[in-house]
Design a protein around this ligand. Structure first.
Ligand SMILES: NC(=O)c1ccc[n+]([C@@H]2O[C@H](COP(=O)([O-])OP(=O)(O)OC[C@H]3O[C@@H](n4cnc5c(N)ncnc54)[C@H](OP(=O)(O)O)[C@@H]3O)[C@@H](O)[C@H]2O)c1
Length: 414
């Protein structure tokens, strides 16, 4: 009985939310964008910017003079989009870069290639997403909705954060815009079963990934404010929009959707308007941690404001982003993301740093202590930077152990 309910409840919740959104859209016009300031000299990355709302967002930002990098996993489609936007906007600074959000390795490679360009970064639009895909895993073994919609963007944002911070100014912050959905209201986040192993529901998985994005955005903004960083992070809900996102609906639902979409769904340009607004509007300067729907601030689900849940998800996400793509002493570790409460997550990439991870994975406390001490000493000696001031001043290897162990005690996704 329970597995049946666990399967059906997310479906019912998702469709009820859909009906509610459609009633709203029937009664309210789509938000009209105000005149936005020019964005000359600003650089934006738009994930999934080659089609749907991502395309419209890229197009609009380019028309404002933004240098737009479309990050997507279909090169041909991306290059066509670039040409089209260049033609429509008359703006040449539009380019495509390959990014597969279903691969943490690809996310890292994308960031490396972007950094190699030496461009600043002022706007990051975490737009890409998939919905209702039958049970499937990402390259790293995560449930697809969670891994692609949420975890890929979590890593991308964290790896780009230093660039966003450097490009931001107190009077003109860099902006992170993350596209969630009303389905997050029906999302349930089970930290012990993020991969939906106990009973899989693609409806539940999509809603969960969208709730995770809201939790992530709020927590990220808290961290940015705590450091006084000139970066804001907001989450947007585009409403129900007629795009390819619905391609995985079952055939009867596809049939029913067609006429409804014609009448009540927003167009991709209308759907993208709130993201464009969040990316460029002067009145949002310095405002972060908002849930924006139809151009207005709205209250998101009660659970999205749960600070403990936000923090726990952050910590768990850091742990999950531990890479398994290269080897050291036979263990597959490449770079390590540390969750440091109240501090910036740090990406440890040197072999010495990885050694900490390896020794912890091997669960050998005695092996760990001299390594940790060695890393601390060598790090100070060669000037390489620990990820936060707290680490730089850390002299007690036991303290280091307690901080990193929550990352490394797990070697496979949960
Ligand atoms: N449509 C709606 O009613 C609605 C409602 C609420 C929220 N949303 C959200 O809005 C966002 C945009 O969706 P949309 O409606 O515009 O759908 P869409 O037309 O299907 O666009 C989805 C985009 O995501 C990209 N993408 C998919 N898998 C990817 C991967 N592995 N790596 C990189 N990019 C990938 C696609 O790029 P490629 O073409 O390169 O694969 C595509 O550009 C999504 O986050 C969605 O959840 C949509």
């Amino acid at each position: 009985m329970w597995p049946v309910l666990a399967f059906i409840l997310p479906v019912i919740r998702l469709y009820l939310i859909g009906v509610k959104v459609l009633i709203y859209q029937m009664l309210h016009k789509s938000f009209t964008l105000p005149v936005l300031p020019r964005q000359n000299g600003r650089v934006a990355i738009v994930t999934g910017g080659a089609r749907g709302m991502g395309y419209e967002t890229s197009q609009h930002l380019a028309s404002l003079g933004t240098h737009v990098v479309i990050a997507g996993n279909e090169e041909e489609e991306g290059l066509v989009a670039v040409k089209k936007i260049q033609k429509e906007s008359g703006h040449k600074k539009v380019e495509f870069m390959y990014l597969d959000l279903a691969s943490l390795k690809s996310v890292r490679q994308f960031v490396q290639r972007f950094k190699a360009k030496g461009l600043p970064l002022h706007i990051l639009v975490n737009n890409a997403g998939v919905m209702l895909v039958p049970e499937r895993k990402t390259e790293d073994g995560f449930e697809l909705h969670f891994g692609l919609n949420y975890l890929g963007h979590f890593l991308l944002t964290n790896l780009l954060l230093a660039g966003l911070r450097d490009s931001g100014q107190s009077r003109r912050c860099s902006r992170i815009i993350t596209v969630s959905s009303a389905t997050h209201y029906g999302g349930r986040l089970d930290l012990n079963d993020l991969q939906g192993r106990s009973c899989y529901s693609s409806h539940g998985a999509y809603s969960q990934s969208k709730l995770a994005l809201v939790l992530f955005t709020y927590h990220l903004q808290e961290r940015l404010w705590a450091r006084g960083d000139p970066v804001t992070a907001n989450v947007v809900d585009p409403g129900m929009v007629d795009t390819d996102l619905y391609q995985n609906l079952c055939s009867p639902a596809q049939l029913a959707k067609k006429p409804v979409a014609k009448l009540l769904f927003r167009t991709p340009a209308e759907g993208a308007s709130t993201a464009v607004y969040a990316a460029a509007a002067s009145e949002l300067e310095g405002h972060g941690g908002l849930y924006l729907y139809n151009g207005q601030k709205k209250i998101s689900s009660a659970s999205s404001y749960d600070k403990q849940l936000q923090e726990k998800l952050w910590t768990k996400s850091c742990a999950m982003n531990m890479c398994r793509n290269s080897t050291l002493n036979g263990l597959r570790v490449n770079s390590i993301l540390l969750p440091l409460t109240n501090h910036e997550p740090g990406f440890l990439t040197s072999p010495a740093h990885c050694a900490i991870g390896c020794s912890l994975i091997s669960r050998s406390r005695s092996a760990f202590i001299p390594i940790a001490k060695g890393v601390l000493d060598s790090s100070k000696a060669d000037g390489s930077r620990f990820p936060s001031a707290a680490w730089a001043n850390q002299t007690d290897p036991f303290e280091v152990l307690t901080r990193v162990s929550c990352v490394f005690h797990r070697s496979s996704p949960s």
